[in-house]
Write a protein that binds this ligand. Structure first.
Ligand SMILES: Cc1cc2nc3c(=O)[nH]c(=O)nc-3n(C[C@H](O)[C@H](O)[C@H](O)COP(=O)(O)O)c2cc1C
Length: 164
């Protein structure tokens, strides 16, 4: 029996964040940003998180070179960013230039103007199937009160309506 993992996981609500990293070459620093919902809190002491990225991704290649990244947790007012940064690298490269963001003090990776953010340094990595799992040491984090976060469920973005 073939397992329908994608179909089943559509029922699992997640938050949505923008992962950022960069590559340095002769022409300077080239930032990239990617929509990600595989963020998991792994350990509190020391603070560790994980994300899982598709093997073959150019974003992953950049991240494995710089060994740093940032994660910005999106709110309901920024769902348009989630759509843009789930597109091809060319589209993302254009969009990243006009992104409302600042370089993180500890990593240099862009932190988006969003309700909460983390800066990470690569601690561990392992390939799992067609993805690579990255364990990051959280070297800085912050939050500010904003609109409720986005929820990704059934392949769509939702605004959280309130507490049960
Ligand atoms: C809500 C949402 C969550 C996503 N989460 C992930 C993720 O955790 N890992 C991943 O590799 N791709 C994820 N993606 C897909 C990437 O954002 C998208 O495929 C990316 O633009 C492909 O870039 P690449 O060719 O550089 O890999 C997600 C897309 C959406 C819409």
């Amino acid at each position: 029996m073939e397992v329908d993992l994608r179909g089943t996981m559509r029922n699992f609500a997640t938050g949505v964040c923008i992962a950022t990293t960069y590559a340095d070459d002769n022409s300077g620093r080239r930032h990239d940003a990617l929509t990600v919902n595989s963020l998991t809190s792994v350990s509190l002491g020391p603070p560790l998180v994980s994300i899982s990225l598709r093997q073959g991704s150019t974003f992953l290649a950049d991240l494995l070179t710089t060994k740093v990244w940032a994660l910005s947790i999106l709110d309901a007012g920024t769902h348009d960013l989630a759509r843009v940064f789930a597109q091809s690298r060319d589209v993302r490269a254009e969009a990243v230039r006009t992104l409302s963001a600042r370089p993180g003090e500890h990593t240099g990776a862009l932190i988006v103007d969003a309700p909460a953010w983390l800066e990470c340094e690569l601690r561990d990595q392992f390939d799992a199937g067609d993805h690579t799992v990255l364990i990051g040491s959280v070297v800085a984090a912050g939050q500010q009160h904003r609109r409720p976060p986005i929820v990704f469920l059934h392949g769509r973005f939702h605004a959280l309506k309130g507490e049960l």
